[in-house]
Ligand binder design. Structure first.
Ligand SMILES: [Cu+2]
Length: 775
């Protein structure tokens, strides 16, 4: 399907199409040219610098108005690349100056170049993580720590590098170097299978590396006790102690399982004889049914959707996952530092799986390829990092007219945009699902292997669950933030507003609620940047509405509602470093004023942070407002200027709203989550609410599926005689005159007595009476 819109080309790229290889290399070369021979650049990321909204919106409006490509190109915002890199000089080789530069790849102009504060700790690239194991091998401290243990014959040592977690400098604000830590495990190499699961054999130490010197500076010994054993590790004995004497392998790869694979699962094939119903254009434009959007892929966020439209009407300007923080609830130091920010500390785009045909999606699949930056800034192919496919969505709508037995049923279908990331032990499956009734589902699945530590055999712990002998899976939370940048039926900044709608019980009142069954719907537009908590007892619902357009049927503002189940927010104490790093995780929703580039719920630099800087907390504190009603009072005389500390680079202003939806999985592990966990699924839904004039999926054909076949049960071939005998009594309509109505034009048609009887009694009862009459 094609809507006839121009979709750009290599010569005339759409403003949202990813950097071409040529642009990618050019951006790298421009940045390299800024530095002399005494500097080496370590490239972290090169990606499209998305156009400013004020420049992109006029382009999108022109594009959708059908303006010709040549003319559109004249109006196109500049093509810019965001280049992230460290500058390393020969004079100070240990000092990495993390820098973000924006370059115009057409004019070769450097638009901006900002060096991060020396105290900030940039995220880790996969290449940086990979160096950790070498540092351990070379470390006398690590060797000494390992000398405490005796491993079974044939076991080797393997290490999962982790970000270091929160700041642990002193209270005077003293800084710490950029650290990395590692969880240490043993693997049974005698199995001759590199996929034998090492998580079954945790070794109770955590080495810590100073990233600048690449040296292990400390090895923390871990407490392995149970309930009542206190927070500190037991002191080290004089002799090495034997580990894993009664441990059990915990394999998940099929060739190592100690049980046979099931033989009774018959093939279930997805057959699409005419191919897929979607069209994926080379520049990221996706069209499916009445949907049209642009798909990009960023190193930090993975798949991002832009300019999401349904039936030529805009709905969202941008939709993305923003952050995921995973704090662990074990109070024994150093486990308080098991606290990852998977977007900010590493980036889920960089951790995206290369998906494989026939494995991660079924049916007719389209894969999106991307490029990540190699250390020298060259484009490294990231193959098949996002997949697109259609899947059956069960019944979309159905009605059976019980009078005639006529059933009309339409099946739903979903277009799934999916990417999967591996972060050490864990996997997350992220999906945006579009449906035929103009709904979007934002789905997250958590799977992979639990993060485990050692526990003395025979003990249990209040801090987690023993999932295998000697293996403690610690309690933890996964708290996600999805960023929803709306454009409800208009791209203009003031045209979309956020409204909180609640259904509220009302007291019995003789005049207004005599029987007490009435409940009132309360609606409150969000006038100023704020946070909100879920309140299922009031069915608190966040709506994205047009401030200007009303539905011709209902008279209400056209909109979309967010349906997001209430989930637990962050449990760490408000004063903890864990909490201060992630204020976003303490509330279900945040509504902030739009600013270009403000994409990060916990701020841009989360790695080893001591508090959130530039996250939603700061955005709310800035004090933006969305309508004149929300404008702050004019400043008192003599108090006009200033304001804006370190965290408020921008003054408050009237803005368009951005909605952040936060949800969490409080994961107190089950034995069934071991050794690899069945998916834990969370879904939130964006559903039209008075956006259309009727069910937008009436036109979905109720095509009978001719490949469906009957499965007989138990040899019993008898079928239900009267398939509708359980429904309400059927009968013909009542003649309008008989029903007492006046009829235009006078005479209505009369009815015989039998027909009247048949209508008034159920069919079953009529049949019974007939039988009686024959006796
Ligand atoms: Cu979990």
């Amino acid at each position: 399907m094609s809507t006839g819109f121009s979709s750009g080309s290599e010569a005339h790229p759409h403003p949202l199409s990813p950097l071409s290889e040529h642009e990618f290399r050019k951006a790298r070369d421009i940045v390299n040219g800024l530095y002399g021979a005494d500097s080496t650049l370590f490239f972290r990321a090169i990606s499209l610098n998305e156009p400013r909204k004020t420049e992109l919106v006029p382009y999108l409006e022109a594009e959708h108005a059908g303006v010709a490509l040549a003319e559109l190109t004249e109006r196109r915002p500049p093509r810019e690349a965001l280049v992230e890199y460290d500058v390393i000089t020969a004079a100070a080789p240990l000092l990495h100056e993390y820098t973000r530069a924006v370059v115009d790849v057409e004019t070769a102009r450097v638009v901006s170049r900002k060096r991060a504060k020396s105290t900030s700790k940039p995220y880790f690239t996969p290449g940086e993580f990979a160096l950790f194991q070498d540092a351990c091998v070379e470390s006398p401290l690590f060797k000494d720590a390992m000398d405490e243990f005796v491993l079974p014959e044939g076991f080797s040592v393997t290490i999962d590098p982790w970000p270091y977690g929160g700041f642990d400098g002193n209270e005077k604000g003293e800084d710490t170097p950029r650290y990395m830590q590692g969880l240490v495990f043993a693997r049974d190499s005698s199995r001759n299978n590199p996929d034998s699961n090492h998580y079954a054999f945790p070794i109770p130490i955590i080495p810590v590396m100073d990233w600048a010197t690449k040296e292990i500076i400390r090895v923390d010994r871990l407490a392995t006790g149970g309930a009542g054993d206190g927070l500190e590790p037991a002191s080290r004995g004089d002799h090495p102690r034997q580990l894993f004497q009664n441990s059990k392998h915990a394999e998940y790869v099929p060739e190592l399982l100690d049980q046979p694979l099931r033989q009774d699962l018959k093939p279930l094939n997805i057959v699409q004889p005419e191919g897929a119903s979607f069209t994926a254009h080379p520049d990221g434009l996706i069209e499916w049914q009445k949907w049209r959007f642009r798909l990009t892929f960023t190193p930090r966020e993975g798949a991002v959707l832009h300019d999401v439209r349904y039936d030529h009407r805009p709905i969202l300007y941008r939709l993305s996952y923003s952050e995921l923080t995973v704090p662990y609830g074990d109070p024994r130091p150093p486990f308080h530092r098991k606290h990852a920010f998977d977007f900010g500390d590493g980036g889920v785009g960089r951790a995206a799986n290369n998906l494989e045909l026939g494995c991660d999606c079924l049916g007719a699949i389209h894969y999106l390829d991307s490029h990540l930056a190699a250390a020298d800034g060259s484009p490294a192919p990231a193959r098949s990092v996002v997949c697109l496919h259609e899947q059956d969505g069960g019944i979309l709508w159905k009605h059976t007219n019980f009078r005639t037995s006529r059933a009309v049923v339409a099946r739903n279908r979903e277009l799934v945009v999916q990417f999967i990331v591996t972060l050490a032990n864990y996997e997350y499956v992220f999906a945006y699902k579009f449906d035929l009734a103009a709904g979007i589902t934002i789905e997250t699945r958590a799977t992979g292997v639990l993060s485990v530590v050692a526990i003395d055999e025979g003990k249990t712990s209040p801090y987690g669950n023993v999932v295998a002998p000697g293996v403690l899976a610690q309690n933890h939370q996964h708290i996600f933030a999805v960023r929803i940048d709306p454009a409800v039926d208009s791209y203009a900044e003031g045209d979309t507003r956020v409204v909180v709608e609640e259904s509220v019980p009302q007291k019995m009142d003789p005049g207004t609620n005599p029987f007490g069954n009435y409940y009132r719907i309360e609606r409150n537009p969000v006038e100023r940047a704020t946070w909100l908590d879920a309140e299922p007892r009031r069915n608190r619902t966040i709506k994205l509405e047009s401030a200007t357009k009303t539905n011709p049927i209902s008279g209400r503002n056209v909109g979309y509602k967010l349906v997001s189940p209430a989930t637990q927010t962050m449990l760490a104490d408000e004063n903890s470093v864990n909490s201060r790093r992630a204020p976003f995780a303490h509330h279900s929703f945040w509504v902030t004023g739009y600013r270009d580039g403000e994409l990060w719920a916990a701020g841009e630099l989360t790695n080893q942070s001591r508090e959130d800087v530039g996250g939603v907390g700061d955005m709310v504190r800035r004090g933006d407002w969305f309508s004149e009603d929300g404008a702050p009072p004019p400043p008192a005389p003599g108090n006009e200027g200033g304001g804006g500390g370190d965290h408020q680079p921008d003054a408050a202003r009237r803005s368009g709203p951005v909605l952040w939806s936060v949800f969490g999985l409080t994961h107190n592990p089950r034995v069934e989550d071991w050794p690899v966990m069945p998916v834990e699924i969370h879904q939130m839904h964006l559903r039209p609410a008075d956006f259309f004039t009727s069910n937008p999926a009436l036109d979905v054909p109720s095509t009978r599926n001719d490949t469906s076949v009957l499965v007989q049960c138990c040899g019993d071939k008898s079928a239900q005689q009267d398939p509708l005998s359980h429904l309400q009594g059927t009968g013909s309509d009542i003649d309008a005159k008989e029903a007492g109505a006046n009829v235009e034009g006078g005479n209505g048609k009369g009815e015989g007595n039998d027909a009247k009887l048949g209508r008034r009694l159920s069919r079953a009862l009529t049949d019974l009476l007939k039988l009686k009459g024959k006796e």
